[in-house]
Design a protein around this ligand. Structure first.
Ligand code: BES
Ligand code: MN
Ligand code: ZN
Length: 500
C-alpha cells in the first residue's frame, strides 16, 4: 500500500472516492467540502442540518456525486467534538477510512486532510498514516482456501491545499510507515502458531532483522546459558525438547554521550503452564506469551530505521513452558544470573523466572533505564481488562515518561503500587524468594518478584497480558495480536531527552 502526498484542490481531483472529516459540533468549515457541497446542491449541509449525518467518531456516510465533481464518490467521516480531538481520534478516523474503502473494493482513496484542521506537525500525519496501515493488517499466511477476493487498497492520497504543510506531512507519513510496518511485524510474530516460532526460529528471525537493519545480534544458547548461570531460563526450558535462547540485540552501542536504554521482552513461545498445567480452554492463546519479545523486536526494528540517537539494547529470553518428563517441578529451586534463588511454587509463574535472568544481565550494561514488557499475569487482566497495560517501577521520572508516551500512542498504562508490604507475599522459607504470592494482588506480587533484580537501575515493568490480544476488530486493530508496546516504546524514544 502506497501513501502519497499531493498539493492541490478537489476541483480537479478525479478520485474514486474523496474522504472528508467532520466535527459533530461544527458546521462545514472546510473550503473543499464547501465546494463539493455547493456542486452537490447542498446535500451534505442538508444532511447535517437534519441530523441525518451526525459526525460522531468513526461514523461514516458515502454519497455518489453523479458527475457533478470529478471524484466519483465522497465519504464523510466523523471525528466527534472539535475540542476533544486527539492524535488517537485521528488515528481511528484514518483506520475507519481505510477499512471502509477496502471493504467496498475500489482500490484508492483521496483524503482531504485540511478538513481535519489539525496542526501542521509530523506527529499528526504519523498518527493518520499509522491508522490507515494498521487497519489494513491481515494475517492470511495459513489460509489455503482464501476468503472472497477483494481488490487491494493500493493508494491513499493525502490531499493538502498548502504547499508549506507538505514537509511535515512527508516526515510524519514516513515515520508512520516505519512504525506501522514494525507493529505488523510484531503482530505477525504473535499470530504465528507456536510450532513455527520456537526459540530457535525466533532467534533466526532476530538475526534476519539484525541483518536488515544494522542492529547487532547475539544468540546465547544452552552451553553459554549454563556458564552464565541463567537458571531461570534453563529451569523453565527443562520440560520442552526445544532448546532455549537468549536473544541480545544491540543498536547504536558505540554512540558517545547517549543514554543506554534496555528493553526486556518475555519470550515464552508457548505457555502450557508446565507441570501446573493450564486448563484446555483458551490454552491456544498462549502462543501469544511471547508478545513482549515480539514488541521489543518490532520497536528496535523501527528505532533503527528511524536512526534515533540513543543506545538501545533488547534482551529477549525465549523458551517454551512445557510439562515434559524433565520439567521443573513445584518445590524446585532455581538460581539466577544474579546469584539470587527462588522456590518455584507454581510452574505456571514462569515468565518472572526467565525475566529475572535477563534483568540481572541488564545490570552489566550500566543502563540509564530498563523497561520490561511481559504477558505476565492473568491478575493484570482482571484488574485492568484489555484497555490499559499494568505499570510498576522504581523511578518516578521513567514512569512519567512512559505514562506520557502511553497517552500519545494511545497504548495507555496504569500504575500498580509496589509498596514494601507487598514484598512480604513472596518470602520463601528456604530460598531468597518464591515465584508466587498467593491469590491476592497477583500482578503486583509478580512485579515485586522482578523488582528484586532491578535494584541497581531505573526500571519500569509493563504487564501486557490484557492489552496484547484483541477479541474483536476496532478502528485500527484486528482480532488477534494487537502489537501493543511497539508504538509506546518508539514514542518514548522519539521523545527521549538525557535521563539523569
Ligand atoms: N502467561 C501467563 C499470563 C497470562 C494470562 C497472559 C492470560 C495472557 C493471558 C503467565 O505465565 C501465567 O500463567 N501467570 C499465572 C501466574 C500464577 C500462576 C501466579 C496467572 O496469572 O495465572
Ligand atoms: Mn504461565
Ligand atoms: Zn506465561
Amino acid at each position: 500500500m502506497n501513501i502519497r502526498i499531493k498539493v492541490g484542490t478537489v476541483e480537479k481531483e478525479s478520485a474514486e472516492i474523496l474522504a472528508f472529516y467532520l466535527y459533530e459540533d461544527l458546521p462545514i468549515a472546510d473550503d473543499m467540502l464547501t465546494y463539493c457541497d455547493n456542486a452537490l446542491h447542498n446535500i451534505v449541509s442538508e444532511l447535517i442540518k437534519k441530523k441525518e449525518f451526525v459526525a460522531k467518531l468513526n461514523k461514516t456516510l458515502i454519497l455518489p456525486t453523479y458527475g457533478k465533481i470529478p471524484a466519483k464518490r465522497i465519504m464523510l467521516v466523523g471525528l466527534g467534538k472539535k475540542k476533544e480531538v486527539t492524535l488517537d481520534k485521528v488515528r481511528q478516523a484514518a483506520g475507519t477510512t481505510a477499512s471502509i474503502v477496502y471493504d467496498i473494493g475500489i482500490g484508492e482513496v483521496t483524503s482531504v486532510i485540511d478538513s481535519i484542521d489539525m496542526p501542521a506537525s509530523p506527529e499528526w500525519y504519523q498518527a493518520y498514516t499509522e491508522g490507515c496501515l494498521l487497519a489494513l493488517y491481515t494475517f492470511q499466511k495459513y489460509k489455503y482456501v482464501l476468503p472472497e477476493e477483494k481488490k487491494e487498497l493500493k493508494t491513499i492520497t493525502l490531499l493538502l491545499s498548502h504547499k508549506e504543510t507538505s514537509k511535515p506531512a512527508q516526515e510524519g507519513v514516513k515515520h508512520g510507515q516505519i512504525i506501522a510496518d514494525a507493529v505488523c511485524f510484531t503482530r505477525d510474530l504473535i499470530n504465528t502458531p507456536a510450532q513455527d516460532k520456537t526459540p530457535t526460529i525466533l532467534a533466526n528471525t532476530a538475526k534476519k532483522l539484525a541483518g536488515e537493519t544494522g542492529v547487532h545480534c547475539k544468540i546465547v544458547s544452552t552451553p553459554e546459558l549454563k556458564k552464565l548461570g541463567m537458571g531461570g531460563i534453563l529451569g523453565v526450558s527443562q520440560g520442552s525438547n526445544q532448546p532455549p535462547k537468549l536473544i541480545i540485540l544491540e543498536y547504536n552501542i558505540h554512540a558517545k554521550n547517549q543514554d543506554t536504554i534496555i528493553f526486556v521482552g518475555k519470550g515464552i513461545t508457548f505457555d502450557s503452564g508446565g507441570i501446573c498445567i493450564k486448563p484446555a480452554k483458551d490454552m491456544d492463546q498462549m502462543k501469544s506469551d511471547m508478545s513482549g519479545a515480539a514488541a521489543v523486536m518490532g520497536a528496535m526494528k523501527a528505532i533503527s530505521k528511524m536512526r534515533l540517537p540513543q543506545r538501545i539494547i533488547g534482551l529477549i529470553p525465549c523458551t517454551e513452558n512445557m510439562p515434559g518428563s524433565s520439567a521443573i517441578k513445584p518445590g524446585d529451586i532455581v538460581k539466577f544470573y544474579s546469584g539470587k534463588t527462588a522456590e518455584v511454587v507454581n510452574t505456571d509463574a514462569e515468565g518472572r523466572l526467565i525475566l529475572a535472568d535477563a534483568l540481572g544481565y541488564a545490570e552489566d550494561y550500566k543502563p540509564d533505564a530498563v523497561i520490561d514488557l511481559a504477558t505476565l499475569t492473568g491478575s493484570c487482566v482482571v484488574a485492568l481488562g484489555t484497555i490499559a497495560t499494568g505499570m510498576a517501577g522504581n523511578n518516578e521520572e521513567l514512569k512519567k515518561r512512559i505514562r506520557i508516551a502511553g497517552e500519545k500512542s494511545w497504548e495507555r498504562v496504569w500504575e500498580l503500587p509496589l509498596w514494601d508490604e507487598y514484598q512480604e507475599y513472596i518470602k520463601s522459607d528456604i530460598a531468597d524468594i518464591k515465584n508466587t504470592g498467593g491469590p491476592h494482588a497477583g500482578a503486583i506480587t509478580a512485579a515485586c518478584f522482578l523488582s528484586k533484580f532491578t535494584e541497581k537501575y531505573p526500571w519500569v515493568h509493563l504487564d501486557i497480558a490484557g492489552t496484547s490480544w484483541c477479541d474483536k476488530n476496532t478502528a485500527y486493530t484486528r482480532k488477534g495480536a494487537s502489537g501493543v508496546g511497539v508504538r509506546l516504546l518508539i514514542q518514548l524514544i522519539q521523545d527521549w531527552t538525557r535521563f539523569s
